[in-house]
Design a protein around this ligand. Sequence first.
Ligand code: ZN
Length: 242
Amino acid sequence: MEEVKGIIISVTKYREKDAIINILTKDRILTVQGRSSFSITSKTFPLIKLFTKGTFEIYKGNTPNYKLKDGNIDEYYFNCFENDYFGLVTSNFIEEITIKMLIDNEINKYNYILLEKFLDYYLKYSNNRYFLVLLYFAKLLKINGISINFDECEVCHKKLNLNKIDFSNGGVICYQCDNNITNMSIKSFSLYKSLFLQKIDDVLCEEITLEQFKEIFDNLCILFESSFGFKLNSQVLIDKIK
Ligand SMILES: [Zn+2]
């Protein structure tokens, strides 16, 4: 038997009551089978909610797959997502993007720290959840090498009068090159800067409107799509938030 500390990043039901659970730890993603975990009398039933953080007891036996035996819950983050539509839709988005970005890439401990910090902030600063979802998205893009270069104009490479981002060209653009074509306020520009440049340990949460959230979210999706070549399923649901 082994004990692993981690956060559950996806739960899928299969057969009648079994579960396939992905647990993110500091150095890997572990896929674990939960036998009868969806049966309410099962010992593992309370453990298998999305984003549960804890210590999980797993074993292999004679088969190649790990199975979940028991565990201790440290934090049960899903509670703060299930109260309304925004929470449910964004939990779906966080699950999708975490799995898609991590499953084929090398895991470093920063992935775990980022998710843990995001969930802690989400629990603590529920007024800033629009900002926090965007922060998680931007930071995850950055870990995967997708970022915005804020140092120079994408077109002329000058370093002055940079105040807008042209997402179709993938970068920051100066006042002269833009010619007032890109519609972006100074407030939005500084938001992008804090999303990509702030350190996760000393994040200053900002209050933003749903409108700003949706606009920035769509632009981060453009960055995602241009690198990964596909659309996120959860984007459609987020578009429907009113
Ligand atoms: Zn320029």
